[in-house]
Design a protein around this ligand. Structure first.
Ligand code: NAD
Length: 255
């Protein structure tokens, strides 16, 4: 029987790594990939939290690791061993925030933010790309951007803004080099999503109301609304999409 368009979204037999998979957007994406049939390695720092998350994700294993300090070769070896073979999909969703005015912003926090949001995704994708190119294996690499790729949305986050602007460029560079050999590289740029990362902003009723009033759809996003877009990018449904940062922001950037 001929495949229907819905079959293109299936990930049966594919193996995926999702960093930041213990919560928020990463966990929602991991669930979507698992529900679509992929075997998923969840990567995050805290074993207990990660193991709890793995119970929510079909076909998943917990691989505790800190992307700030991990050796990418070791991480990929561990994920391949846990999933029983080479990796087809990676989603770089690990992240944190540090808010402080630029005049006081400590270099230690600058380095940590750049490491987690920019250097680690590049190094992990580099390691996977080496293996996938050598094996002639098609793959999908998905980076998580932000409104800060294009705009200075809120003050006091200079390192986050720099890292998020940078990851779009790194993603496009990898797409340029690898997509002729079947490795597509794309990104999801979420608008405002209710997660631990944004909890402190939304806890402030005034700031929260200000943000909502500026979103044409008039509401925040749920993590699952990022997950369905990531599933599209991970799957053959997006077979001719590469080098794109898909903005999922309820209309923010176009209003
Ligand atoms: P979150 O805090 O809910 O989840 C972040 C995850 O990353 C957690 O699982 C955490 O344990 C993990 N993590 C943090 N540092 C890590 C490290 N060093 N090593 C391994 N894992 C680590 O945040 P979220 O909102 O789900 O953010 C996910 C991604 O989406 C981030 O890149 C963030 O910048 C981006 N993003 C979020 C929003 C939003 O509104 N929430 C908007 C734009 C972009």
């Amino acid at each position: 029987m001929t495949d229907t368009v819905l079959d293109l979204f299936k990930l049966t037999g594919r193996r995926a790594i999702v960093t930041g998979g213990s919560g928020g957007i990463g966990l929602a994406i991991a669930k979507a990939l698992g529900e679509a049939g992929a075997l998923v390695a969840l990567v995050s720092r805290t074993r207990t939290r990660l193991e709890a998350a793995a119970t929510e994700v079909p076909n998943s294993v917990a691989v505790p690791a800190d992307v700030m300090t991990i050796d990418p070769g070791q991480l990929v070896d561990e994920c391949e061993a846990a999933l029983g073979g080479p990796i087809d999909i990676v989603v770089h969703a690990a992240g944190f925030q540090h808010r402080e005015p630029s005049v006081d912003f400590p270099v230690e926090q600058w380095d940590r933010l750049i490491r987690v949001h920019l250097t680690a995704p590049f190094l992990i994708s580099q390691e996977l790309g080496r293996r996938q190119l050598a094996a002639g294996r098609p793959a999908s690499h998905i980076f998580i951007g932000s409104l800060n790729n294009w705009q200075s949305v809120v003050p006091n986050i200079p390192a986050y803004a720099a890292a998020k602007s940078g990851i779009g460029g790194a993603m496009r560079a990898l797409s340029k080099e690898w997509s002729d050999r079947g490795i597509r590289c794309n990104g999801v740029a979420p608008g405002w999503v209710r997660t631990e990362l944004t909890e402190s902003l939304f806890a402030d009723p005034e700031k929260s109301a200000q943000i909502r009033s500026r979103i044409p759809m008039g509401r925040l996003a749920e993590p699952r609304e990022m997950a369905s877009v990531a599933l599209f990018l991970a799957s053959d449904a997006s077979s001719y999409v590469t080098g794109q940062m898909l903005v999922v922001d309820g209309g923010w950037t176009t209003s």
